[in-house]
Unconditional design. Structure first.
Length: 293
């Protein structure tokens, strides 16, 4: 009888749903464990969802390398490294949710499209630039020599091979005045956005998401254009008028499956007042946390 009771207790414990693990990826100039950013996010998620496993991605052997790699390590190499980390992490084998901040948003989308095992269940992009950027009005550390150098380099030759392979921000630089150069020479964004042809595997893998949540900062002074955070962009051939996702050829031709996902209720567009990555703890709890539970 005691053995039977013990078995029942164990079965009962087994029925309790474990929290889905969370993988987070930081933005430009940040690192995995900064107590003011990713460390803070990890802490508040763990506070609200007891027992959750949170992996804050680190690219490199230390925090300095992680920060530097957010500027200078080929994004395709970064995505490959993340896919390796996820595949080798036993906590994630049953699937995980993902939350990317700024450029970490489009990088985690690349992970979803390229590496379906372990499966990403929900993707939350917080200020990610899914149609790229055409300018850095204010990048982290306004007086930083790195920011000045990035601007000059992008202006001089964003689509040259050397710049594409060694400057992260060039890999999601989207010049609406040079669409053909972008489609031909962008080694990252043009690939994951199906600009050179349809990779059916990318489409299938992205459509496997339960929800693809996109957060746009309504007073963003860093991302140009801000509508890229909702997958919109400039009309081709000019850099003044923008169009929403549903008017882009990417959507109307459904090259990535976004139209089908939209019709199935899988796309979620959220707006939050504030500048880039500025949000309150209360907003995070009430708006984003439900997608993790």
């Amino acid at each position: 009888m005691a053995a039977l009771r013990a078995a029942v207790v164990l079965l009962g414990l087994g029925c309790a749903a474990a929290a889905v693990p969370l993988v987070i990826w930081h933005g430009m100039g940040d690192s995995c464990c900064n107590p003011q950013s990713m460390g803070y996010i990890k802490k508040i998620v763990e506070k609200k969802i007891p027992g959750i496993y949170v992996l804050s991605l680190k690219i490199g052997s230390n925090l300095i390398q992680d920060m530097e790699n957010s500027f200078f390590m080929n994004v395709n190499d970064q995505v490959r490294e993340v896919c390796r980390q996820l595949a080798e992490d036993p906590h994630l084998k049953g699937g995980y949710n993902a939350m990317g901040f700024s450029q970490g948003g489009q990088f985690l989308r690349a992970v979803a499209q390229r590496c379906p095992s372990p499966p990403m269940l929900n993707l939350i992009s917080v200020g990610g630039q899914h149609q790229g950027v055409y300018g850095f009005p204010r990048c982290p550390g306004e007086s930083s020599h790195i920011c000045d150098w990035i601007r000059k380099t992008l202006d001089l030759g964003a689509y040259t091979q050397a710049v594409q392979e060694h400057l992260v921000q060039a890999e999601y630089w989207h010049d609406p005045l040079k669409e053909e150069d972008y489609r031909k020479n962008s080694i990252f964004l043009a690939d994951i956005n199906q600009e050179r042809g349809i990779n059916e595997t990318y489409k299938k893998n992205l459509m496997a998401l339960k929800k693809f949540v996109m957060v746009k900062f309504l007073n963003d002074t860093m991302v140009d254009p801000p509508i890229s955070e909702w997958f919109g962009f400039y009309k081709p051939g000019q850099a003044k008028e923008t169009i929403p996702l549903r008017e882009t050829s990417l959507y109307t031709e459904d090259r990535l499956g976004l139209q089908e996902m939209d019709k199935a209720g899988k796309l979620v567009f959220l707006g939050v007042k504030g500048d880039h990555l500025h949000f309150s703890e209360e907003w995070f709890y009430t708006t984003l946390l439900p997608f993790l539970q």
